[in-house]
Design a protein around this ligand. Structure first.
Ligand code: ME8
Length: 517
């Protein structure tokens, strides 16, 4: 039986429409999910929206609508974004679902039963934008002398009765977790930050609020709603049916990876494992904190007017182009920059001119010069074997890098294999062999066909729609598109007897920049 693989994204605050950072995370998680499926894992992929908390309540008040109405409207935009970007999620979890209230109250109760919760008074700094409490020592002073969170957001002094979680009791256990499972926090730079933070000593965490009511009610404590992060993190369990002992809980928990952005690593690698330890639940195997996407090197902000609607980009350049660009251009884990010019340049050079052109030339030559009939028994020359080795090596490198979430390096290996094919076409010049040595021309074209197929299968998790169109034209069935098929040497022999290529249609169009840019 295939080994399960459970992947989640962060659940976004739907206090506005999704931005490109949300699209980036969803696309990266989708590429991982598709890559793992192609590699033979049984994948479950969850995403969703984080709908409670002061930030949502304040936004709704500002708009003069109920928090529920704001959530319904905006959450639908997030789900629509996932659908438009071809995100293959299995479950879209909203935290305002009834089932999520039950899950959050159950984990709360489990922590209370452990003796880890107590009632006290909270006095301290809170950032609504980050939905986070900060210690005085963590604050920075902004331009006009105002105190800001380390993320640069405004903080306010808060005093209220609150339930506390004994986080201070978990410091040593957390440090042991990071030590015994170095893979738990990735990339390495984030791991070091978290270790330093925990070594500095943990304070107990305020986990309920009394000054507003837009949240999950604390069981048995009227007037208290849960701190939004307690319920938000629990979404990863809700989607599996927790607190019921469901077959889904059994099969998928603990998660293989929580994919999140670098700004929320602390919540996922300090608070979340401590909550889970307290509730006697297994810990996720890995938390990966990706970098931020910047627009032309600048942080996105409404005041700079550079918040880009990912769906506009997808409409303008195509979903596959956007997906390829983001995975190729940004070294995963680091921050990266994007612009319309960069998308056009990258996709035209690599998808349209290099791989697209290789595929189109290969299929057209087979169509024109061999009547579209495939041959399985050509004599293989040294150059053909060498090319196939180069392609296999590039794909192996890509798969290894993808397994480590190093997408840009993986696609670099893939591109090198594409370049090797293009160099081979130029060297072998099959168009001149047509008259001089037709058997040799056929061998060259069949070598190229094999390489195009392998390269297409390899990159399919990144650009699934275009690759499926290409594979359709090549007669490769839907059940022969996983990585297991890469090792199947018989496919050409089977197709040679029963499939004829038609005139091919390009699947990676050249992109144009609109004139005003
Ligand atoms: O943090 N580039 O929600 P959120 C890349 N609700 N990623 C970015 C980004 C950018 N410019 N801006 C944001 C929350 N992100 C919580 C999560 S999980 C239990 C609760 C990422 O809408 C961000 O790092 O602010 C996070 O992983 C995700 O988008 C949602 O951010």
């Amino acid at each position: 039986m295939a080994e399960p693989f459970y992947i989640t994204t962060a659940i976004a605050y739907p206090n506005g429409k999704p931005h490109i950072g949300h699209a980036y995370e969803a696309i990266a998680a989708d590429v991982i999910a598709r890559f793992q499926r192609a590699s033979g894992r049984d994948v479950r992929f969850q995403t969703g929206t984080d709908e409670h908390g002061l930030k949502m309540a304040q936004k709704a008040r500002e708009l003069g609508i109920s928090p529920r109405a704001l959530c319904d409207e905006m959450s639908a935009h997030f789900q629509a974004m996932c659908d438009a970007l071809n995100i293959s999620y299995d479950k879209f979890q909203r935290t305002t679902d009834e089932a999520h209230y039950r899950a959050s109250q159950a984990i709360w109760q489990a922590m209370a039963d452990k003796g880890d919760l107590y009632l006290d008074r909270y006095e301290g700094w809170y950032s609504v934008r980050d939905e986070a409490f900060y210690d005085e020592s963590e604050l920075v002073v902004g331009e006009d002398g105002v105190k800001l969170s380390p993320q640069g957001t405004p903080v306010e002094w808060t005093v209220e009765e609150s339930w506390f979680f004994r986080l201070s009791a978990y410091g040593d256990k957390l440090l042991a977790l990071y030590r015994d499972h170095p893979e738990f926090i990735q990339p390495e730079s984030r791991r070091n930050e978290v270790i330093r933070f925990v070594e500095g000593g943990l304070r107990d965490l305020s986990i309920s609020r009394t000054s507003f009511d837009w949240g999950v009610p604390v069981p048995g404590s009227p007037g208290h709603v849960m701190y939004v992060w307690v319920d938000a993190l629990t979404n990863y369990l809700t989607g599996l049916g927790y607190p019921e002992k469901t077959p889904e809980m059994d099969k998928w928990w603990p998660a293989d990876v929580h994919l999140i952005g670098k700004d929320i690593v602390r919540f996922h690698t300090v608070y979340w494992p401590a909550f889970l330890m307290s509730a006697d639940l297994a810990l996720p195997r890995q938390v990966f904190g990706h970098g931020f996407l910047l627009h032309r090197g600048e942080k996105m902000s409404k005041s700079l007017g550079n918040v880009v609607d990912p769906l506009e980009l997808a409409e303008r350049f195509g979903v596959d182009s956007l997906r390829y660009f983001l995975m190729r251009e940004v070294s995963f884990g680091n921050d990266g920059s994007y612009s319309a010019e960069a998308i056009v340049t990258r996709c035209n050079a690599e998808l349209a001119n290099s791989f697209g052109n290789l595929a189109q030339r290969t299929l057209s030559m087979i169509f024109k010069n061999m009547g579209g009939v495939l041959k399985a028994d050509c004599v293989v020359a040294e150059a053909d074997a060498a090319l196939r080795d180069a392609v296999a090596a590039g794909i192996a490198e890509m798969r290894k890098s993808f397994a480590d979430y190093d997408f840009s390096a993986g696609l670099d290996g893939w591109m090198r294999a594409v370049f090797a094919c293009n160099a081979y076409v130029d060297e072998q010049a099959p168009w001149t062999l047509r008259k001089t040595d037709p058997a040799r021309m056929e061998a060259v074209l069949m070598t190229l066909l094999r390489c195009v197929r392998d390269l297409a299968l390899a990159v399919r998790p990144v650009v699934p729609t275009a690759i499926d169109k290409l594979l359709d034209q090549m007669g490769i069935g839907a059940d022969a598109r996983d990585y297991a098929a890469l090792d199947n040497g018989d496919w050409l022999a089977v197709l040679a007897g029963q499939f004829t290529l038609a005139q091919p249609v390009g699947v990676f169009p050249r992109l144009e920049l609109p004139v005003e840019e």
